[in-house]
Design a protein around this ligand. Structure first.
Ligand code: ZN
Length: 344
């Protein structure tokens, strides 16, 4: 697994859950976990650069890019009600985070037997709430959407994005809502921020059927996610046959996370990593890129990332936090509705 890392220490607010402690906390676990460390190839930050305005414009409106650069003069400030903060260096940090996601996609094309096809872009600020036209929900540039467009520029025509952050990936959905070349699947807790992602939101125009939303009640955990992976995500991939699989990897669906109430454990993230790795090997010649989104309990975040990597690389689970002890609501009626909506 190639590891790209942009910790953005200058984009920080100690009082905010999305702060500069997050990526270093992940590194501490990855570096001290000998099994994971042996599976990781650290990519030097010298080998990639901040995304250019031209590259950002593959998803974002030029007015927004220009406006965000201009608003840096007013930093530190809040620029939306989530709240999304900026510091004077936030534009550069966000452009570098996006640049790392682009480089992670590029690396999957240069893979060979001795170098891996899978990558993890451990980047922040996160991206999946940012639509083409504005900043939103701690996100400035939509890293995974930019990665999808980069893949297509490189000839990988069909891109599948799976977003397992606890919040709906509204920005990513907006970017591809009428686009049949990108299959977007989002699992999220229903009724929380940002309020989008109803099962009935399935795309429009030529993109009708290429957005799959899986809104889950509070309390759904490992068993429910396993069913979603087996009954929705894998069959959707079999039908779509993507050329590359991108993942908005958020860790706020962990039972220990303070921002939401799904009940995934590190074992659940391990299983997701394994299923997604399997899909990438089956359809995409192994081309798989994880891009970090949320996750605000540092222990759950770091061990969630480690177990996603373990799952994707065929390594065993290591879960210091254990599973949730709460019972899970049954997903049968939601899954039935989704299967009928999407003919799966
Ligand atoms: Zn989130």
């Amino acid at each position: 697994m190639n590891l790209f890392s942009v910790s953005s220490p200058e984009h920080n607010d100690d009082e905010h859950p999305e702060n500069a402690k997050r990526v270093p906390a992940i590194h501490r676990v990855l570096d001290f976990d000998a099994i994971v460390a042996a599976a990781i190839r650290h990519i030097s930050p010298d080998s990639y650069a901040a995304a250019t305005d031209e590259q950002l414009a593959a998803v974002h409106d030029r007015d927004y890019i220009r406006g965000l650069r201009e608003v840096m003069a007013r930093a530190p400030a809040y620029i939306d009600h989530a709240p999304t903060y900026i510091t004077p260096q936030s534009f550069e940090c966000a452009a570098l985070a996006a640049g790392a996601a682009l480089a992670a996609v590029e690396s999957t094309l240069h893979a060979s037997r001795s170098t891996p096809h899978a990558s993890f872009a451990l980047v922040r600020p996160p991206g999946h709430h940012a639509p083409p036209s504005h900043a939103m929900g701690f996100c400035l540039f939509n890293n995974v959407a930019l990665a999808a467009r980069r893949a297509q520029q490189l000839g990988l025509a069909k891109v599948m994005i799976v977003d397992f952050d606890v919040h709906h990936g509204n920005g990513t959905q907006d970017a591809f809502y009428s686009d049949p070349s990108v299959l977007f699947v989002s699992t999220h807790q229903s009724g929380i921020y940002p309020g989008a992602g109803d099962a009935q939101e399935i795309g429009e125009g030529k993109g009708l059927g290429f957005t799959i939303n899986v809104p889950m009640h509070a309390g759904v955990g490992d068993k429910g996610f396993q069913r979603v992976a087996d009954e929705i995500i894998a069959p959707a991939a079999d039908r779509f046959q993507p050329d590359i699989l991108l993942v908005s990897a958020g860790y706020d669906a962990h039972w220990h996370d303070p921002l939401a109430s799904l009940q995934l454990s590190c074992g659940g993230y391990h299983r997701l990593g394994a299923v997604l790795g399997e899909i990438a090997r089956k359809h995409c010649a192994g081309r798989l890129v994880f891009v970090l989104e949320g996750g605000y309990d540092l222990t759950a975040l770091a061990n969630g990332v480690a177990n996603t990597i373990r799952g994707a690389c065929g390594l065993p689970i290591h879960d210091p936090l254990g599973p949730s002890t709460r019972p899970e609501p049954d997903l049968t009626s939601l899954l039935g509705r989704l299967k009928s909506l999407h003919s799966l």
